[in-house]
Design a binder for this molecule. Structure first.
Ligand SMILES: C[S@@+](CC[C@H](N)C(=O)[O-])C[C@H]1O[C@@H](n2cnc3c(N)ncnc32)[C@H](O)[C@@H]1O
Length: 237
């Protein structure tokens, strides 16, 4: 399993609550992409933060697309079942644990409640395909993933994220991930407290996509998205 746990990076979650959530209010559909989600603690932490601040009715409009290259082939099953050991839940505040997790028949293992599980779908996806899983996202979260890529790959993936965001959509990365200088004209920084950006310039995005769509970060031949992506649960892109 990849290194991750529930409520890792509390600051980013708080910044999403403070800066992103108010802008989502009133959107009919709130589509969120958690890219490089590992086996699920991050998208479920995000779901909890949203549910804490939204009515049950509004929360039904949220769909979190959790994607990962998933070298184990197990992430989809883990996320769909939503069962996690207590060690991965140590940072979860007790009141949140009580509200959103149910003890299973196996001691020390907890299941995420159905209300959250119904909002999160896993799709197996390679970010270096540079094919977005869909467009029109209100928020893309990508943390502790880009550091594995070289600079050219990072720029290409961030441009792909830009093209997948709706106008004014948000991008959130981990505290140590910088936005490359050459992308500063297509994203605006939302706060100095963390790596929260907002999409700018629809036309710039189209120009960039046209110019760079033929450049690929991998040396292997391009494949169809359907061959690179495997959907679990109810949603297939
Ligand atoms: C350290 S984990 C980060 C998990 C979570 N985002 C977090 O911050 O806790 C990095 C994840 O990136 C995924 N990953 C690495 N290369 C990828 C790629 N090309 N496309 C999609 N996911 C990738 C790994 O499989 C792994 O699950």
């Amino acid at each position: 399993m990849a290194f991750t746990y529930f409520f890792r990076d509390r600051l980013s979650l708080e910044l999403i609550g403070k800066y992103v959530l108010p802008a989502l209010t009133g959107q009919r559909y709130i589509n969120i992409w958690d890219a490089g989600c590992a086996h699920g603690p991050e998208p479920y932490s995000l779901a909890i933060i949203l549910r804490e601040r939204m009515s049950p009715f509004a929360f039904r409009n949220v769909r979190i697309y959790a994607t990962d290259i998933d070298p184990t082939g197990q992430f989809g099953r883990t996320i769909t079942e939503g069962v996690y050991p207590a060690e991965e839940l140590q940072r979860v505040p007790p009141a949140i644990l009580q509200r959103y997790f149910v003890p299973t028949e196996h001691p020390g293992r907890y299941r995420v409640v159905d209300e959250l599980r119904s909002r999160v779908s896993f799709i197996r996806h390679d970010l270096l395909s540079l094919e977005p899983i869909r467009e029109g996202f209100s928020l893309i979260v990508c943390k502790n993933v880009l550091l594995h890529f070289n600079e050219q790959q990072q720029v290409a993936v961030l441009r792909m994220f830009h093209s997948a965001l709706r106008a004014g959509g948000f991008l959130v990365m981990e505290q140590t991930q910088q936005l490359p200088d050459r992308l500063e004209h297509i994203f605006s920084r939302v706060t100095d407290q963390g790596q929260v950006f907002r999409k700018l310039h629809e036309q710039a995005s189209r120009d960039v996509r046209d110019r760079d769509s033929v450049r690929c970060c991998r040396t292997d031949p391009p494949e169809q998205l359907s061959e690179r992506s495997v959907a679990y649960g109810n949603y297939r892109c």
